[in-house]
Design a protein around this ligand. Sequence first.
Ligand SMILES: O=C[C@H](O)[C@H](O)COP(=O)(O)O
Ligand SMILES: C=C(OP(=O)(O)O)C(=O)O
Ligand SMILES: [Mn+2]
Length: 454
Amino acid sequence: MIPATGTQEGAAAYPGLDAWRSLPISQQPDWQDGPGLDAALTELSSAPPLVFAGEVDQLRTRLAAAAQGNAFVLQGGDCAETFAGMTADRISARVRTILQMAVVLTYGASLPVVKMGRMAGQFAKPRSSNEETRHGVTLPAYRGDMVNGYDFTEASRRHDPARLIRAYHNAASTLNLVRAFTQGGFADLRAVHDWNRGFAAHPAHVRYESTVAQIDRALKFMAACGADFDALRGVEFFASHEALVLEYERVLTRIDSRSRLPYDTSAHFVWIGERTRDLDGAHVDFLSRVRNPIGVKLGPGTAPDDVLGLIDRLDPEREPGRLTFITRMGAGLIRDRLPDLVRTVTDSGATVLWITDPMHGNTVTSPNGYKTRNFDDVVDEVRGFFEVHRELGTVPGGLHVEMTGDDVAECLGGSDRIDQEAFLTRYESVCDPRLNHQQSLELAFLVAESLAGN
Ligand SMILES: O=C[C@H](O)[C@H](O)COP(=O)(O)O
Ligand SMILES: C=C(OP(=O)(O)O)C(=O)O
Ligand SMILES: [Mn+2]
């Protein structure tokens, strides 16, 4: 595999990479141009790329397969990664949960599952409000560890460009560990299946025992046929995040030594959020100019013309795997809003990958004041997504979830019946509520059952 170059060398041949600077832009830090920002960007401009162009191309082919119905994508991780949360235990729990979900989905879909973490760079958050008020004190809103700190003090909430450098190093360490876990034996199919057996053995999860038993039989069958399980010890695992802070994405954009084309080497896959997908805005312009596969979040207000405009701007060549639409409509709206968008894309002749994010359209506030989501709404939106695609004969290509491998209590419900009282001691997210380990697995089992037509 030939790496992208490790410097900005060659980027001068692409002046368009800086065209976003003169376009309308929202949700950016307010750290004013100054020595702090310049110093951080200078340091990062010579830092090595986090991912390699060849891997990014590989992902594009995997996503192309998913768009055709020949693979299924699982994208999951924190709403907002934190520097403090970058411990071996937490990273391994998250990777392990994604691997467990992937085995279940692989069985249910009878398809390869493309595994992508919202990991190693998910450090910047768009917010509804610029400010947060607590007990009469108003401070800048928390915008992710790449921008400011979560602690509610003036010093912590100041936007600090030195955090760009910390974000880069935290992403590098996370990715290093993820690569080690997924290549070093941790992902062994038999071990992952054993973990799932443990999950289904719990009395609250008995209804999943039959799926586990079926997977068990499938593995025994594979073994009897002489499958080389040792060859299955390593898995591909890709990194992704919302490309929000464009200074960070720009400085990590490098020219690939093979193709001489620009790649955003901060992650394999980057997406544009619901709040920054303006056709004439900075985010769409910048991402139109890098070779990575790109995602765009689509909320319930998305118009058919918006999706056509996004295809023209982001995928003018109609390249398989280039463009993914991540829909987040809400359980109550998906069956109403998604069909028009899918029909519009199909009629245009374009092929995009459709993924469901059943989290962001289902956020509510619990009576005791926590941002939460009902597990049943999450499941219902996923079901709606599959129903719409089945009806239209199109491909439901993947699942995008905010989740963790830890035993937190942030979303309501699931077989373990998380209630709002549990939030008082086990709510840890610094932004949106995540499915915990059990809820994540449960969702995977439910999706697998419906994929298998059970
Ligand atoms: O993760 C998504 C957004 O950053 C988040 O939903 C915004 O939350 P807010 O409405 O609390 O700002
Ligand atoms: C900000 C997010 O989502 P959206 O852009 O869909 O609101 C997110 O994925 O955390
Ligand atoms: Mn979120």
